[in-house]
Ligand binder design. Structure first.
Ligand code: 6GU
Length: 227
């Protein structure tokens, strides 16, 4: 999968995607992430990419022309399956959106800053608007890193044990069960005996029950319409 990102702060994205599993995905050639500084397409020698908003009000708006030129010049290199705009007024990202996006070949992500991008760019080019939750970040970059991590780890061959994503929280609209490692007795706190039983069927049943109970307790909204 190839993901291109247009941003005014590429540094905010580069570090989170250069370690651990995202690093492995890129080293293995399963994921290619490229960041492009919007200033490359600035309209004047000051490198201007934002301007005052029509109608007045505090905060700058990212201008049409640099964004349109950036998008169109990148599109000439390869068509995109989706052009995603990161914005708090987008639809809330979840595991189902991650699954869906992980099947695409080429994605372009636009990170908003300041008050966001001119509405006409959204109307003309953007195919999907994504938020990562009901709070406001100072820019779309950290949100884009979150989305890319969630997608990247789903690509076949990225996780060591390919089945492990199958047991993630949310993968069946359930939260993950509790996990334990050695020692079996930590300061008098015991590992649940079923996990030491060596009976894989019992272990699987216990994990499912724990997932269900945890979901009932913490996220009953996930079970609505399922039981
Ligand atoms: Cl995608 N961008 C910004 N700026 N804030 C957010 C967000 C995105 N998702 C939640 N808050």
């Amino acid at each position: 999968m190839k993901i291109d990102i247009i941003t005014v702060v590429p540094e905010l994205l580069e570090s989170p995607l250069s370690h651990s599993i995202m690093k492995r995905a890129q080293d293995k050639g399963l994921l290619t992430v490229r960041t492009f500084h919007l200033r490359e397409w600035a309209v004047n020698s000051y490198g201007q990419v934002d301007d005052y908003q029509y109608g007045g009000g505090a905060g700058m708006v990212m201008m049409c022309e640099p964004l349109a030129n950036a998008i169109e010049s990148l599109q000439k290199e390869q068509p995109y399956d989706e052009i995603i705009y990161m914005t708090p007024d987008g639809s809330t990202f979840n595991q189902s959106a991650a699954n869906e996006l992980s099947m695409k070949e080429n994605l372009l992500i636009i990170c908003g800053h300041y008050k966001g991008i001119d509405q006409r760019i959204r109307d003309m080019y953007v195919t999907r608007e994504v938020s990562i939750g009901d709070f406001v970040l100072s820019g779309g970059e950290l949100a884009a890193a979150v989305v890319i991590d969630a997608i990247g780890r789903l690509l076949p061959g990225v996780l060591n044990d390919e089945t492990s994503a199958l047991f993630d929280s949310f993968q069946d609209n359930l939260l993950a069960p509790p996990v334990y490692t050695r020692p079996a007795d930590f300061r008098g706190q015991q590992v649940p005996p079923v996990l030491l039983s060596g009976d894989p069927k019992k272990v699987e049943e216990w994990r499912f029950e724990q997932s269900l109970e945890r979901t009932r307790q913490r996220r009953p909204d996930l079970l609505e319409g399922q039981e």
